[in-house]
Ligand binder design. Sequence first.
Ligand code: C2E
Ligand code: MG
Ligand code: MG
Length: 457
Amino acid sequence: MSEIRILIAKDAETDISSLQEILASEGYLCDVAFERDDIQQKAAHHNYALVFYLPPPPGRPPRGVWAFLKEYSRQVPVLFCAPADYTVQDYDLWLEAGMDHFLSLPVTKAQLLATIQAVLTEKNGVSPGGNETGNISFRLSGDREIDGITPVRLGHVVTSAFDNCAHHQQVLKKIYKKTHIIEEVLLSTSSVSHRTKERISREEELMAAIEKRQLEMYYQPIVSLSSGRITGFESLIRWKHPERGYVSPAEFIPLAEETGLILPIGLLAVEMTVAQLAGWNEGVRNHDPVSASVNLSTVQFINPKLADQIEEIVDAQKIEREYLRFEITESAIMADMESANIMLLKLKSKKHKLYMDDFGTGYSSLSYLRHFPVDVLKIDQSFVKWMGVDEESDTIVKTIIELAHNLRMEVVAEGIETEEHMRLLREMNCDYGQGYFFSKPVDALSATELLREEPVW
Ligand code: C2E
Ligand code: MG
Ligand code: MG
């Protein structure tokens, strides 16, 4: 790697030893400075690629060191780094002062390196979204204008800015409002594609949907193949669009992930599911207690606050934690194994069960499987679909079930559409099944009705 020199400029006493350690281990040269004169001197002698700035403690505006850095940030990107206990008001102060990159501490190595890469790439004028999203310039705050940024990158700035902040939803709204990202997008060249404009308006619409509570949970039964009865539900989000009707998550979840909106959406999904579980399991009479599993995206998963945020929601409703479960795809786990493992362990220590979703479609490295504290494998529907037709699919499904059982995990087969699928899976000792054969995902009322009816398959 060619030499990259980074300056850490401090207006606070934050401990940065781990930050320095990671930077050094990756071969970055690193200087630390506390005072304006010191920084000025260092900046005159060295060619810094990036500055990490540690703003003053909560409640105080950027001062001393920032007086120089603000000007310097026209040449060299400055990354605000602060522990998670800052408030919305602090973000306000920083945005007013001219912050455009933010990183919350503590940070995982993968997050840190990804952020550095993103900031350096942006500095060099390469838009990570590629041509697809066009060339946009926008005003961040005051008179700062940034060229060549894509909505994807913009989302990244916003996401990182409220990643592990206690008031994340407010912060997100504030940042969007404050920066007038949507209103003030300047379509600088004719190369801006129609798709980009459409995308921005879809993002705006999705934000409004969160505010207007147009998001709703649907529930699809998970059936025990030994008893033939419903033991739980998978919780699946729907967007009840005033004109377009129900919009599929496959359509809006990717946009939500790219823009960071998945964070408030994900918490809403947990909130709604927990409220529903409380309703179902309170004074259970007609059925055994049921579980519900909520899908989590990678973006949510690398947010270190996720487990605490979930706990807060669960505590407010007083449900038994073992009935609230989480699904994460194997590709999401592989995207950042370190953060994923920490988060899985946190959730697990709070008694939540964990499902590995869409198993068999990612890079299923069998060696990592035993290291992750996963309780249940969900066999992807693409294998189940061909059971009874294609012998190889039968073999794959059978092998996954045996593998899971040998690792003391349970198995759910997704996408059961026929009686034949169910029969074959029973023969293979698959523990649970889910699919249109039993029921499509239905609204809360119909799911409750299903529980009352107690169907047996
Ligand atoms: P998933 O978690 O693998 O969910 C299963 C999907 O398969 C659901 O699609 C379900 O309706 C569909 N499905 C169930 N049984 C059958 C069947 O027998 N045949 C066929 N062809 N399909 C079946 P849905 O609800 O459209 O969700 C799509 C994906 O969107 C989910 O895949 C999940 O990855 C994501 N998703 C849904 N809700 C949320 C959410 O609240 N948060 C996050 N992060 N992702 C979500
Ligand atoms: Mg799922
Ligand atoms: Mg799945």
